[in-house]
Ligand binder design. Structure first.
Ligand SMILES: *[C@@H]1O[C@H](CO)[C@@H](O)[C@H](O)[C@H]1NC(C)=O
Ligand SMILES: *[C@@H]1O[C@H](CO)[C@@H](O)[C@H](O)[C@H]1NC(C)=O
Ligand SMILES: *[C@@H]1O[C@H](CO)[C@@H](O)[C@H](O)[C@H]1NC(C)=O
Ligand SMILES: *[C@@H]1O[C@H](CO)[C@@H](O)[C@H](O)[C@H]1NC(C)=O
Ligand SMILES: *[C@@H]1O[C@H](CO)[C@@H](O)[C@H](O)[C@H]1NC(C)=O
Ligand SMILES: *[C@@H]1O[C@H](CO)[C@@H](O)[C@H](O)[C@H]1NC(C)=O
Ligand SMILES: *[C@@H]1O[C@H](CO)[C@@H](O)[C@H](O)[C@H]1NC(C)=O
Ligand SMILES: *[C@@H]1O[C@H](CO)[C@@H](O)[C@H](O)[C@H]1NC(C)=O
Ligand SMILES: *[C@@H]1O[C@H](CO)[C@@H](O)[C@H](O)[C@H]1NC(C)=O
Ligand SMILES: *[C@@H]1O[C@H](CO)[C@@H](O)[C@H](O)[C@H]1NC(C)=O
Ligand SMILES: *[C@@H]1O[C@H](CO)[C@@H](O)[C@H](O)[C@H]1NC(C)=O
Ligand SMILES: *[C@@H]1O[C@H](CO)[C@@H](O)[C@H](O)[C@H]1NC(C)=O
Length: 769
């Protein structure tokens, strides 16, 4: 290497290190307009998410709403979820003046919009109180400023506070009991105790969180008990230092100062551990500014610096990149050392919302960006199977549920396996856990939304799948589950093959083809014939409009997406799917129909008729042109979706974030690749930046460059070099650029070019046995 070049590289590297990447993280991206992201304070994968709880009369999934009244500021939240709120517990609420009844409505509006940035959150109440928040992994800080001369400064600690649900589906959380004890310190006070709750999004049974709160200033206090959950009648409001109650419970702290600081630790193990968490993570005297700096440093070192570019000309693109990385890594939560259910040397991760949402683009991205966390995550999934019998599709507050389609955790394990994740993962157990999903019917949890089989875990419709080779309308979501079960079985095939379990491999490869038994060659829509369709309990085809999913809900034949959308989802058996769809040209025409009208108006207000950018069954569809020689159309449609439906603004997501699923879709679009989960294949799109370096860990990196691209439509691939050699395939494999790192050097232009003339992407289940 010539010395001048080496100096040039060193300079480039130090420039990108010197950039403050946190400036591009807009923490409010996606927090309104149904995105439901969490705008409060959290570390990457942090257990504590400290933020506001707003009341508007509709569900506040992350606690936050742009309007409404504050009902508290609490320690535990989810980001980017739907269904029904979960958590919003361990709260404080500042109140001015004498409080006659802490159970009466204390809610209050904002005076100005909340202020949020990485590591910091501030709310201003119309009565003049301001609340500033900071957090670590297992503790948080509340800093209050009360107005002068406005009467007493109080903080209510309401142990019975939860985020309520107004959906009327019986998913609302309940407070079930708890206790609180207050001790006066030399300076300040400490309160410790616990609260138990149930239900919420995943219909969980009782779980308990312990808290250890400190106020740095001297306070007088009164504890209180309520009459029942519904009314605000006080049973006791006294100076008792300890109270326990199953209805309403809390304490009011009153200060003579206008500035009040509180440090609170939480734990799922014990009050002692909650105190340990706050004492070690936020020792007395810690400044809020220090916490903010620490959160920024953690995000920069652990997450943001993993993806860098020297192409900083378009700030919007940088904001999309770094805000998406941020929201992707807010959830799940690393609760290692905080699992109350069993003792094990394995890591423990919780708050999985859900693999149905995340297996396509979320978990494959977690793998490349956070390989250490990813391996821990896989180990924790297997450990859940060891102790509870089934891996989760979704899980929160230490409880599995709910499973929307197949046992898609199998796809996640298969993806990890084929991409070489080994380390401390016990793959013998991993495959056994997958076998449970494939062979054991989970006990029915009698979910009122679909009483036909379990929604908690595993594959409730297995009896049909095993006995008949398809799923009848005896089961809810019969068709969408069938296509997903096929993908799950392909996952078993992949791991069995790798482990040398030849007969299991053959069995599950065969079963992965059973989606074909759910393909009704006579269903017709838009002049296309042949779609996935329902079969009745006698096996006879049921007529079905491929452009309607009926109720599209738990008890219906298709869950949350159209038959036509699901009819693109045999990603392990694409050659068969293309054949069933009428061949390559007809397949292209079908894809084009999905995006009908989408390009007729290049402003982002357009809504597709069929393609749904905001729901996961459509996620891979824009890239499927790569299987039929039209990589240019994958670029055209996927870039259009990204440009039209994503912006770094509060309403800037195409739908619910789904725990980062949307953000992960965008990030792959930015990189210029799209994963086929459970296989080593990545379909090629077109990258956004002139250069992008992804730190893969272990000293390896993927460097993606693009010359000739711009933000005015020069997005089409003209040519590509992979690791310095000319490339004519519309896909790369894990081994090509990820296993040991690699380079992708694109030339882009404003007109499509016929560069991808090589071998089509693999269709591994199509080989006839
Ligand atoms: C709350 O305050 C905002 C301004 O910050 C105002 O637009 C809104 O109308 C207020 N809501 C109520 C119920 O007063
Ligand atoms: C408070 O409740 C927790 C959880 O039920 C229990 O472990 C603890 O002993 C209780 N503490 C007191 C002082 O009652
Ligand atoms: C807090 O109260 C203690 C007595 O309990 C007193 O010694 C101390 O000076 C007070 N501290 C402040 C800052 O008022
Ligand atoms: C605040 O002042 C009042 C009145 O002087 C006094 O009764 C109360 O104990 C003080 N509170 C604290 C926490 O020092
Ligand atoms: C509140 O609850 C208590 C205890 O259950 C009951 O006696 C009282 O009548 C209730 N008050 C109202 C207004 O519902
Ligand atoms: C998860 O949490 C445990 C316990 O705090 C910690 O040892 C581990 O490093 C964490 N994992 C990651 C990826 O940060
Ligand atoms: C994997 O777990 C099984 C028990 O289920 C155990 O027999 C085996 O030794 C473990 N393998 C490794 C490599 O630890
Ligand atoms: C579901 O209903 C069945 C039949 O009524 C019952 O045996 C079973 O215990 C129920 N399971 C749960 C988890 O409620
Ligand atoms: C494959 O599955 C079909 C049913 O779909 C069955 O008839 C056949 O025997 C199976 N073959 C193997 C090798 O398991
Ligand atoms: C279906 O084909 C007919 C005959 O070619 C044509 O007239 C009609 O417009 C087509 N319909 C659609 C929805 O493409
Ligand atoms: C697109 O859909 C959104 C949300 O359903 C709606 O608010 C908007 O008005 C629609 N735009 C058009 C152009 O139909
Ligand atoms: C910057 O990128 C965004 C997102 O791709 C795009 O919409 C915008 O037009 C670009 N701005 C400029 C000045 O090119």
């Amino acid at each position: 290497m010539r010395p001048s070049l080496r100096i040039g590289l060193a300079l480039t590297a130090s420039l990108s290190q010197a950039q403050d990447l946190t400036q591009y993280v807009l923490t409010d991206t996606g927090d309104t307009g149904g995105g439901n992201t969490f705008p409060g304070v959290s570390l990457p994968l942090g257990m504590v998410k400290l933020g506001p709880d707003l009341y508007t009369g509709s569900d506040s999934y992350s606690g936050y709403q742009a309007d409404g009244d504050f009902i508290g500021f609490s320690m535990l939240h989810e980001s980017g979820t739907g269904g029904a709120p979960k958590y919003g517990v361990v709260s404080q609420m500042p109140v001015l003046g004498d409080i006659e009844n802490p159970l009466s409505d204390q809610s209050i509006n904002r005076s100005v919009a909340d202020e949020t940035r990485l590591g910091y959150y501030k709310s201003s109440l119309v009565n003049g109180i301001t609340v500033e928040l900071g957090a670590t992994g297992r503790a948080g800080m509340f800093q209050y400023v009360f107005p002068e001369d406005s009467g007493a400064s109080n903080v209510i600690v309401d142990v019975s506070h939860v985020l309520p649900s107004y959906r009327g589906q019986g998913l609302g959380q309940s407070y079930l009991g708890g206790n609180i004890s207050v001790t006066t310190l030399e300076t300040g006070v400490r309160y410790v105790g616990s609260g138990s709750y149930d239900n919420g999004w995943n219909r969980a049974p009782e779980w308990t969180v312990y808290f250890c709160g400190n106020f740095e200033q001297n306070a007088t206090f009164r504890t209180f008990l309520g009459a029942d959950a519904e009314n605000d009648t006080l049973v006791d409001y006294s100076d008792a230092t300890s109270q326990a109650s199953e209805v309403r419970l809390g304490a009011v702290f009153t200060f003579n100062t206008t500035e009040v600081t509180s440090r609170v630790g939480v734990s799922f193990i014990s009050a002692d551990q909650a105190c340990h968490n706050v004492d070690t993570e936020i020792p007395a005297g810690t400044s809020r500014e220090t916490l903010e700096d620490d959160v920024k440093t953690a995000w920069t070192d652990q997450v943001l610096s993993k993806v860098t570019t020297t192409d900083t000309s378009n700030t919007t693109k940088l904001q999309l990149l770094y805000s998406s990385l941020y929201h992707l890594l807010l959830i799940p939560t690393n609760k290692t050392g905080e699992n109350p259910l069993w003792t094990s040397s394995e890591p423990y991760y919780d708050d999985i919302f859900t693999f149905w949402d995340l297996f396509r683009s979320g978990t494959p991205l977690l793998h490349i960006l956070q390989p250490v966390a990813y391996e821990e995550f896989i180990r924790s999934l297997i450990d859940i199977w060891r102790f509870e019998g089934f891996m989760p599709d979704a899980r929160s507050s230490f409880f599995n549920g709910a499973t929307q389609g197949g046992s898609n955790v199998d796809n996640v394990l298969a993806d990890a396996y084929v991409k070489g994740v080994r380390g401390a993962v016990n793959w013998t157990d991993g495959f056994s856990a997958m076998l449970t999903d494939a062979e054991t019917v989970p006990p029915n949890n009698n979910d009122s939304r679909d009483t036909s089989s379990s929604t908690k875990e595993g594959r409730g419709a297995l009896p049909d799948w095993i006995d008949l080779g398809y799923i009848t309308t005896k089961y809810g979501r019969s068709v969408s589950r069938a296509i997903e079960y096929a993908g799950n079985d392909f996952g078993l095939y992949q791991v069995a093959s790798g482990l040398g379990l030849d007969s299991e491999a053959e069995k599950y490869l065969n079963r992965s083809r059973q989606w074909r038994n759910q393909w009704n060659p006579d269903l017709t829509a838009l002049n296309f014939t042949g779609f996935l369709g329902p079969r009745d309990e006698d096996g006879a085809w049921v007529d079905q409009d491929p452009l309607s999913c009926g109720g599209c809900y738990w008890g219906d034949d298709y869950y949350e997406a159209l038959p036509m959308e699901y009819s693109f989802n045999a990603h392990h058996d694409m050659a068969t799917l293309i054949d069933y769809s009428g061949g390559s040209d007809a397949f292209i025409a079908r894809l084009e129909a999905m995006f009908e009208g989408g390009l007729s108006d290049s402003n982002s207000q357009f809504n597709y008729t069929l393609f749904n950018p905001g729901n996961e069954p459509s996620f891979t569809t824009p890239y499927l042109y790569n299987f039929v020689g039209r990589q240019d159309l994958s670029v055209k449609h996927s870039r259009f979706v990204a440009d039209s439906y994503y912006s770094p603004t509060p309403a800037g997501l195409p739908g619910n974030s789904d725990a980062g699923a949307m953000e992960s879709w965008l990030l792959w679009n930015i990189i210029g690749l799209y994963p086929i989960t459970g296989q080593t294949t990545f379909l090629i799109g077109s990258p956004w930046f002139a250069d992008l370096t992804i730190d893969l860990g272990g000293g390896k990196s993927l460097v993606v460059t693009a010359t000739g691209g711009d933000d005015e439509g020069a997005i089409y691939v003209q040519s590509l070099q992979v690791n310095g050699a000319a490339w004519d395939k519309a896909w790369v494999a894990w081994e090509d650029v990820f296993a040991d790192g690699g380079t992708l050097d694109f030339v882009l232009g404003s007109e499509p070019a016929d560069w991808a003339t090589g071998e089509a992407p693999p269709s591994p289940a199509t080989k006839t046995s």
